[in-house]
Design a protein around this ligand. Structure first.
Ligand SMILES: Nc1nc2c(ncn2[C@@H]2O[C@H](COP(=O)(O)O[C@H]3[C@@H](O)[C@H](n4cnc5c(=O)[nH]c(N)nc54)O[C@@H]3COP(=O)(O)O)[C@@H](O)[C@H]2O)c(=O)[nH]1
Length: 433
């Protein structure tokens, strides 16, 4: 068997294992430390699925060039398979040397990759293990670095983490969650909560954001923060997303049929779902099945979905817009805001991230950002919604700046279907603070 990976020319697992064993033996004799970096590309599957494996392969080759530029000749880089790479740094003085290398890799990966006249962006998550503290043999060292890499992913991706012993317990916990998520889908343990979106001038409910919860038979109601990222990593988000979309559309139609004022229902859509081959077909099938008109659905997309310089994103967004589906940029201001997207894509709404709203009454910079997004939205003829409104002061400031819509605990927490139906019947009376 050839000792090198055919696509990248890097040492394969077997050759890497030999070098790692040699490095461990030498370090043991000399009483030195060595470092192992486990690099996994973030959402690489999404590139393969949307742009094809040919482009994915070229991106991997470009990534390898960047990795090589970040290490010394004495270091070894190996492709473990797919989009996973392991780096052996046999000569380090301190663990901090590995951190410096990880920072260099993140910075190098972040620069655009020019593939077939497209600029592609990719980031990586890196786990670091140190011999002898995190493993006395190669297998354990790789496993520790791999575990740490998952924690880097959970920490928002595009960062690095050193292995810590308590990560092992949490990794077992994660695998348990993954297995029970699969069971939960079969047993239909998920529910949607709805949070109203308010027209700030009239006070009327104009929309609802559907937010998933897991009604766990023993642990009670589990918020999405504890399982959506895991579902994304193991691909279950596709099934989960299809369920959310269908359920939300059924509910919106059912409110209309009950004679309640028609509102627009918003569904969060992750990059993985958006780029799935049958995403559009599924949406059309849901409209057909539920009878909901497309104009009553808004997809909340994060900037990472728009970030891919892909023809498919552009045509998908235009097809959705032509159907009548509304498109909103979620967490606006926190991602890769390239303002040219606002011109290129048929975006209806900018949703100002709650981190800016939270501090807008006490922090002049946040107030300036909120105000700038509102006036930019007005000039570009896009609706602007502020999320995370918790106080009357924030509401009044947003109203004074002519922000179109708002959402937040000041008006209502996300609530069950029955409670939301009651809100539609009675209207909202904001909490006093
Ligand atoms: N792909 C999918 N992602 C989903 C889905 N359902 C939810 N999510 C994502 O999970 C994130 C966390 O959601 P949740 O715990 O429900 O939190 C939402 C609100 O409860 C919270 N919120 C709303 N108002 C306030 C407020 O005034 N203060 C405060 N501290 N928090 C508030 O914000 C969350 C809504 O955020 P956003 O989506 O950015 O509008 C959540 O971010 C979802 O992305 C799903 O079905 N699919």
């Amino acid at each position: 068997m050839a000792p090198h990976d055919v696509l990248t020319g890097l040492p394969n697992r077997i050759l890497f294992q030999d070098r790692l064993n040699e490095a461990i033996e030498l370090a043991c004799r000399q009483g030195r430390q060595i470092a192992l970096l486990f690099v996994d590309l973030d959402q690489f599957k999404h590139i393969n699925d949307s742009l094809g494996h040919g482009v994915g392969d070229k991106l991997l080759q470009s990534v390898v060039q960047r990795l090589v530029s970040c290490v010394r000749h004495s270091d070894t880089i190996s492709r473990q398979g797919g989009d996973e790479f392991v780096l052996l740094l046999p000569y380090i003085k301190h663990p901090e040397d590995a951190a410096i290398c990880a920072q260099k890799i993140l910075a190098a990966l972040a620069l655009p990759h020019n593939i077939d006249q497209n600029y592609l962006y990719i980031s990586g998550s890196i786990g670091i293990s140190i011999y002898p503290d995190d493993g006395k043999n190669g297998e354990t060292l790789i496993k520790s670095a791999d575990t740490a890499m998952y924690f880097a992913k959970d920490n928002g991706r595009n960062n690095y983490k050193f292995f810590k012993q308590d990560m092992n317990d949490r990794a077992v916990q994660r695998q348990t969650i993954e297995a029970s998520l699969r069971r939960a889908l079969e047993r239909q343990e998920f529910v949607l909560y709805y949070q109203p979106k308010i027209n700030l001038t009239s006070g009327a409910i104009v929309g609802a954001e559907a937010l998933i919860r897991w009604q766990h038979p023993e642990r009670g109601l589990i918020p999405p923060g504890q399982f959506v990222a895991i579902a994304e990593d193991c691909g279950l988000i596709l099934q989960l997303g299809r369920w959310v979309l269908r359920e939300a559309c059924l509910q919106a139609r059912s409110w209309q049929q009950a004679g309640l004022p028609p509102i627009i229902v918003a569904v969060n859509t992750s990059a993985l779902e958006f780029c799935a081959r049958n995403f559009l077909d599924n949406i059309c099938a849901v409209f057909k099945e539920t009878g909901l008109e497309p104009r009553y659905l808004v997809l909340e997309l994060t900037e990472s979905v728009l970030m891919q310089d892909a023809g498919c994103t552009d045509s998908m967004l235009h097809t959705l817009a032509d159907l009548g589906v509304k498109l909103s940029i979620d967490d606006f201001g926190t991602g890769y805001s390239s303002l040219s997207y606002l011109r290129q894509f048929p975006i209806d709404t900018l949703k100002i991230d709650q981190s800016f709203v939270k501090q807008m009454c006490s922090n002049a910079d946040d107030a300036a950002i909120v105000s700038a997004v509102i006036s930019m939205g007005k000039n570009l003829k896009k609706r602007v919604i502020a999320e995370g409104i918790e106080t009357r002061e924030q509401y009044e400031l947003l109203l004074a700046q002519d922000c179109d819509e708002g959402q937040g605990y000041y008006f209502s927490h996300p609530v069950t279907v029955n409670d939301f139906t009651a809100l539609l019947q009675t209207g909202i009376s904001p909490t006093r603070d």
